[in-house]
Write a protein that binds this ligand. Structure first.
Ligand code: ADP
Length: 370
């Protein structure tokens, strides 16, 4: 009769394509029970937005089918998001597993639109998601969520984020009086506001906190990079943006600060004709290649230029909510999966580093006891 060792041996032939490691050594097999040929266990993926969830489950079923003498097999698939940042800090953000800053070289590339729809895509996959609108000079997220008159409460000295479509949202736009004043705020005041939004908010448990940064390389991106450990930066570009060096500047600022770059999403990358349903690359094709040559960072997705995306943002009805089955929503979903995968890759790297550090700290074996 088949034993637990044989089951684990078979399962360790299944490799997570993103993490490039087998699912047994990654600790993805939980609650394994084998009783008289009846096998059951839980496959715990590293994110509910895993791009390879179907493939990994298929590979698990195929591997188990190769075992003889099994009477019954019961598989439960779940996900637990990995910590992509060190939670070992005293900033009070230990309940937020991943922080993703969304940056762009210049304004108007659709960074806020992309931040919001990606946050919604991650949330719809089953993850707990927060959205911090850190564009203090021009907060647009309340408008995009139809919450122009929204507000935030303070309870026990903590900001309570607003709830919208499953997201926990914080924005300077919720402080109507102050946001008119924002243009006159400079350096330390701006940094102070961002720090408060980050650490004095009752985020509760979050898998991903998306931080929509202002464009460029000013005080706010710098403060984010220097205040708390973050998982990484997502860069939003447009095809025209690639031709200039503005996005490169943003990437190199974060690289100099040792903040990982998750990758780049190209917005308004193509246009799908409503007559012929063909993709037209009106600004030229091959964005992914150009981006990887220019930045040497992963290409995580392309979002079409689409009037429905624009009206969704402008009318406070994001396309991920109003038309989740559209090709544009699919594009956001695919990008969100790739971003979640990059977070898992960085989390696995972090775990390895922490394990090797704690190993280094272990006292050397006492020679006299050998
Ligand atoms: P940013 O945050 O970079 O300044 P926004 O997200 O505010 O940019 O977007 C700028 C404008 O472009 C908005 O009117 C928005 O609706 C529109 N927009 C953004 N992405 C798209 C897209 N993929 N297709 C069509 N319009 C878009």
């Amino acid at each position: 009769m088949v034993g637990v060792d044989q089951v684990l041996e078979k399962l360790s032939t299944v490799i997570d394509p993103d993490l490039k490691k087998d699912i047994v050594s990654m600790g993805m097999i939980k609650d394994l029970e084998l009783d008289d040929g009846n096998l059951k266990f839980t496959l715990e993926l590293t994110t509910p937005a895993c791009p390879f969830n179907v493939e990994i489950e298929d590979d698990v079923r195929k591997a188990i089918a190769e075992l003889s003498d099994l009477k019954n097999f019961d598989l439960h698939v779940t996900a637990k998001v990995m910590e992509g940042r060190s939670l070992d800090d005293d900033t009070g953000m230990a309940t937020v597993k991943n922080i993703i800053g969304v940056a762009s070289g210049k304004g108007g590339v659709g960074k806020s639109t992309v931040s919001l729809n990606l946050a919604l895509a991650l949330s719809q996959s089953g993850a707990k998601v927060g959205l911090l609108d850190a564009d203090i000079y021009g907060p647009s997220i309340p408008l995009m969520l139809g919450m122009k008159d929204g507000s935030m409460n303070v309870e026990e000295n903590k900001l309570q984020p607003a709830d919208s479509n499953g997201l926990k949202v914080v924005s300077f736009g919720f402080f109507a009086d102050q946001s008119n004043q924002a243009a006159i705020y400079r350096g330390p005041i701006i940094s102070g506001i961002l720090k408060q939004f980050l650490v004095d908010t009752n985020w509760s448990e979050l898998d991903y906190l998306i931080v929509d940064l202002p464009p460029g390389t000013g005080d706010i991106p710098l403060t984010l990079a220097q205040t708390i450990p973050i998982t990484g930066i997502l860069v939003v570009t447009t095809p025209q943006d690639i031709a200039s060096d503005v996005a490169v500047k943003a990437v190199s600022m974060f690289e100099k600060l040792n903040v990982p770059i998750l990758g780049v999403v190209e917005n308004m990358n193509h246009f799908v004709c409503s007559n012929c349903a063909h993709k037209h690359y009106i600004f030229g094709e091959g964005g992914a290649k150009k981006i990887s040559e220019k930045f040497n960072i992963p290409f995580l997705g392309e979002i079409p230029l689409n009037a429905e995306i624009m009206t969704g943002s402008d009318l406070g009805k994001p396309i991920m909510i109003t038309n989740p089955d559209s090709p544009s929503s699919d594009a956001f979903r695919q990008s969100a999966k790739n971003i979640a995968a990059q977070c898992s890759i960085l989390a696995a790297k972090l775990q390895e580093e922490m394990a090797s550090q704690s190993h280094d700290k272990e006292p050397l074996p006492d020679a006299s006891t050998n």
